[in-house]
Design a binder for this molecule. Structure first.
Ligand SMILES: Cc1ncc(C[n+]2csc(CCOP(=O)(O)OP(=O)(O)O)c2C)c(N)n1
Length: 334
C-alpha cells in the first residue's frame, strides 16, 4: 500500500481547466438540486456529494470516452465527469421523459451506455461484480477498454466487494476499483466498521496494487487513477484506489447530518476542494476572473438544464415496459 503526497502540480493548463470545470459543474448540480428540493420547486431524492468533487473530476480526465463506468446512488458527479449531458442527469433525477432512462430510473438508476455509464445502483457493493463482469467481457473481446467502479468505504465491507476484487486480481482483469472514502457509511463513521486504517490495505489480501490518495486534491487523484487505468489497459490487472474525502451534506437530501461532530465538520471545511483547488490554480497562473467565469458558466449550464427538464413532459404511460425487457419482448397482462 502506498500513500501518495500531493506533489507539485505539473499538469497542463487545459487539464487543470477541465478539472475545475468538472468540479464546478458537479458542485453546481448538487447545490441546485438540493435547493430545488428544499424550496419545494420539485419533489425527488438525491444523495449529495458536496465535498467529493475532486475525485470524479480526476476520474473523468483519466478515462477515455469508450471506457466504462459503474457507479452508485451518490454518483451524479461521476455521470457529469463521464460526459452524460446535464439534461439527461437532471431529467432522470426529476423523472421526466428527457432523462437518461426516459424518467423510469430515477437518481439511483441512471445509465447511459453511449457515454459508458453501464449501471448506477442503490445496493451497496453490488456494482463491484457487475464491473468485474464488464472487465472480463473486455478481456475476452481483446480490446483495451477499461472499466471503473466507484463506491464508498462501507461497500468494502460487503461480500460482493471481496468476491469481486479477488476474481479481478486472480484473472488480471482491466478494472479499477475506486473507493470514494468520505469517512461515513450512511450515518456510521468509518472507524466503527473497519479495524484497518486504509481501505487500500484490502488489496494486499488478494494480491493487487492498493493506493491511498488525498481525494480532495484533484491533481494527485488524477495521477493515481491515471496510473491505475494505464496499468489495467496494458494488461497489468486491477488496482484498488482509495481516495479519501469528506461529504458536507447529509446522506440524502433532507438528512440533517447531526451525527457529524461540529469540530470535524469545521476541520474538514479547511480541505474543501472547492476552496483549496482555486488557490492551487491561482498559484499556477490562473486569474480570479478566469476562475469566476468557469464557475459562472457551470452554474448557468445547470440552470439551463433544469429549465429544459422542467419544461419536458412526464414519461408516457405507453413507455412503461419499453427498455425494461430484452429487445422485442413486451409482457402484457390480460
Ligand atoms: C446491500 C445494502 N445494505 C444496506 C443498504 C443501506 N445503505 C444505503 S447507503 C448505505 C451506506 C453506504 O456507505 P458507503 O458505501 O460508505 O457509501 P456512501 O454513502 O458513504 O457514499 C447503506 C448501508 C443498501 N442500500 N444496500
Amino acid at each position: 500500500m502506498t500513500v501518495t503526497d500531493t506533489g507539485a502540480v505539473g499538469l497542463g493548463r487545459d487539464q487543470l481547466t477541465t478539472l475545475y470545470e468538472t468540479m464546478c459543474t458537479a458542485a453546481a448540480l448538487d447545490t441546485r438540486l438540493l435547493n430545488g428540493i428544499k424550496r419545494g420547486e420539485f419533489a425527488t431524492v438525491t444523495w449529495p456529494s458536496r465535498g467529493q468533487e475532486a475525485i470524479p473530476a480526476a476520474l473523468g480526465l483519466a478515462l477515455r470516452p469508450d471506457d466504462r463506468l459503474v457507479t452508485t446512488y451518490r454518483g451524479l458527479h461521476d455521470h457529469v465527469a463521464k460526459g452524460v449531458p446535464l439534461t439527461e442527469i437532471i431529467g432522470e433525477v426529476l423523472g421526466t421523459s428527457v432523462g437518461a432512462s426516459k424518467g423510469k430510473g430515477g437518481t439511483m438508476h441512471i445509465s447511459d451506455p453511449a457515454h459508458g455509464v453501464m449501471m448506477t445502483t442503490g445496493i451497496v457493493g453490488s456494482g463491484v461484480p457487475v464491473a468485474v463482469g464488464l472487465a472480463l467481457a473486455a478481456q475476452k473481446q481483446g480490446g483495451d477498454r477499461v472499466t471503473v467502479v466507484t463506491f464508498g468505504d462501507g461497500a468494502t465491507n460487503t461480500g460482493s466487494f471481496h468476491e469481486g476484487v479477488n476474481l479481478a486480481a486472480t484473472w488480471k482483469l482491466p478494472v479499477v476499483f475506486l473507493c470514494q472514502n468520505n469517512l461515513y457509511a450512511e450515518m456510521t463513521p468509518v472507524e466503527e466498521t473497519m479495524a484497518i486504517q486504509h481501505v487500500a490495505d484490502r488489496a494486499i489480501g488478494v494480491g493487487m496494487v492498493g493506493v491511498t490518495v488525498d481525494g480532495n486534491d484533484p491533481v494527485a487523484t488524477y495521477r493515481v487513477i491515471k496510473e491505475a487505468v494505464d496499468r489495467a489497459r496494458a494488461g497489468g490487472g486491477p488496482t484498488l484506489v482509495e481516495a479519501v474525502t469528506f461529504r458536507f451534506e447529509g446522506h440524502y437530501a433532507g438528512d440533517s447530518a447531526k451525527y457529524i461532530p461540529a469540530e470535524q465538520l469545521a476541520e474538514m471545511r479547511e480541505y474543501d476542494p472547492m476552496v483549496t483547488f482555486p488557490v492551487t490554480l491561482l498559484d499556477s497562473g490562473f486569474t480570479r476572473a478566469e476562475l469566476d467565469a468557469i464557475k459562472a458558466a457551470a452554474e448557468q449550464a445547470v440552470e439551463e438544464a433544469v429549465r429544459t427538464v422542467l419544461a419536458a413532459p412526464a414519461p408516457d404511460l405507453a413507455e412503461i415496459q419499453l427498455d425494461v425487457y430484452a429487445d422485442g419482448l413486451v409482457v402484457t397482462h390480460d
